[in-house]
Write a protein that binds this ligand. Structure first.
Ligand code: GDP
Length: 432
């Protein structure tokens, strides 16, 4: 299950809907910049790092090796869950191979973004990018490394060296290597019971017939390889990331569900061909409550971009879509859908790799009639206004993927599961 657009597609709600039918939910990339908002019986939960599956008793949640973990952010989330009456003991596993986000990563993130000036990427400044840089640069600190508690062992030496390098770069850094080492000792005491070889764990559970959901964060167009580089996240949010980010074989993935909004949003910088800057953009932002769950930043809004979703269908091998926030379009007289881009006298039906070209693209729209009867809360496809059904059918056609799930409101119950679709299998039975 992953985002088929630029993130914030409403994945949290879809995961939450499917979770009762899965034994394990595993995250494979990203960090605590994700921000899933879930409403359960009117209560609001915002989770950044821990899979939202944790809200379901008995479900085991895995934070895979592909995730970067800020231990203090993790503990803050565990404490918040405890406050809400949810105990994670024995239900949360963290990969020993996951890399840590350390305080200097946050400082470097802020510094790098400030240096980029006008060309900023729009990061969340939580140290995620710099932690991945250290991972690829082979100087990162992994969760399992914390087990080394000797005063002059590999961990202590690596931390001292990393801190010294960062202090030279940052100039005003206040933390010393020894302070950080002391902090990491305390982190280990608390983290240790959660740490596991999660690839082996998943392998065994899958072999035993358990159903596992692989939960992507961010979205396809934010993938480090396949997204709108450089305005992307630092990891592989696409389907292949699940294999590398969890240490499972690609064939363990039996189906791929892409979550897409019935329109388009994006947080941060970078090209967004269907962006609406005027009153209609404002209308979508207000009715869709399009403000970041992690940062509160207003999201840029636009019409549904079928070129982007078709691209997501290709690079992820999508079997189905979960189409969310249909209700946000309620009451519009007409709705536009982008079917292609016009660029330098050419019509493009595939997503260009060149960002300058994408930025210069003008969407080609097809206009469909809107609907006046509300779709909000509708749970039966046949009860949707005819125009809404037609809109969905057209999106399926031009995106090349069937919409197996349609979300008509933020509540778990405001959902349509299409008859005879692949989603009916996922919602059958519990293997737990
Ligand atoms: P995620 O990161 O992909 O989970 O997306 P967010 O959690 O940032 O944004 C989803 C927001 O939209 C949350 O506030 C959800 O409660 C809300 N939401 C999800 N599905 C629907 C829907 O079908 N209709 C409406 N109106 N809101 C929805």
């Amino acid at each position: 299950m992953l985002g088929a657009q630029w993130g914030d597609e409403g994945k949290g709600k879809i995961v939450d809907l499917l979770t009762p039918h899965f034994s394990i939910v595993a995250r494979y990339q990203g960090g605590h910049n994700a921000g899933h908002t879930v409403y359960v019986r009117g209560q609001k939960f915002v989770l950044h790092l821990i899979p939202s599956g944790i809200l379901h008793p008995g479900v085991i949640c895995v934070i895979g090796n592909g995730v970067v973990v800020d231990p203090h952010a993790l503990f803050a989330e565990v404490d918040e869950l405890a406050r809400l009456g949810i105990d994670v003991t024995g239900r949360l596993l963290v990969s020993d191979k996951a890399h840590l986000i350390l305080p200097y990563h946050r400082e470097l993130d802020v510094l790098a973004e400030a240096r980029r000036g006008e060309r900023k990427i729009g990061t969340t400044s939580r140290g995620i990018g710099p932690a991945y840089e250290d991972k690829i640069g082979r100087r990162g600190v992994r969760v399992g490394d914390l087990a080394d508690t000797s005063a002059d062992g590999p961990l202590a030496n690596a931390v001292r060296e990393n801190v010294a390098t960062r202090n030279r770069l940052v100039g005003n850094a206040e933390m010393t290597g020894d302070e950080l080492i002391a902090d990491l000792r305390a982190v280990w005491t608390r983290l240790r019971p959660l740490v596991a070889e999660t690839s082996l764990y998943l392998h065994r559970e899958i072999a035993a017939g358990k159903r596992v959901m692989f939960e992507g964060a961010q979205g396809t167009l934010l993938d480090i390889d396949h997204g709108t580089y450089p305005f992307v996240t630092s990891s592989n949010s696409t389907a292949g990331g699940a294999a590398t980010g969890l240490g499972i074989g690609p064939r363990a993935i039996q189906a791929v569900l892409g979550v897409a909004k019935a329109y388009t949003t994006r947080v941060g910088e970078g090209p967004l061909p269907t962006e609406l800057t005027g009153a209609m953009g404002e209308r979508l932002r207000e009715s869709g409550q399009e403000y970041g769950a992690s940062t509160g930043r207003p999201r840029r809004c636009g019409w549904y971009d079928a070129v982007a979703v078709r691209y997501a269908a290709r690079v992820n091998g999508l079997d189905a879509l979960a189409l969310t926030k249909l209700d946000v379009l309620d009451g519009l007289e007409e709705i536009n859908v982008c079917t292609a881009y016009r660029c330098g006298g050419e019509t493009l039906i595939e997503m260009p790799s060149d960002m300058a070209q994408l930025a210069a693209c003008v969407p080609v729209y097809e206009t469909l009639p809107g609907w006046s009867a509300p779709t909000r809360g509708v749970t039966d496809f046949h009860r949707l206004p005819a125009e809404a059904r037609r809109y969905i059918a057209r999106l399926e056609e031009i995106s090349g993927v069937p919409a197996a799930i349609i979300s008509t409101g933020s509540d778990r119950d405001h959902t349509i599961v299409r008859e005879h679709s692949i989603a009916t299998q996922w919602l059958e039975g519990v293997s737990r």
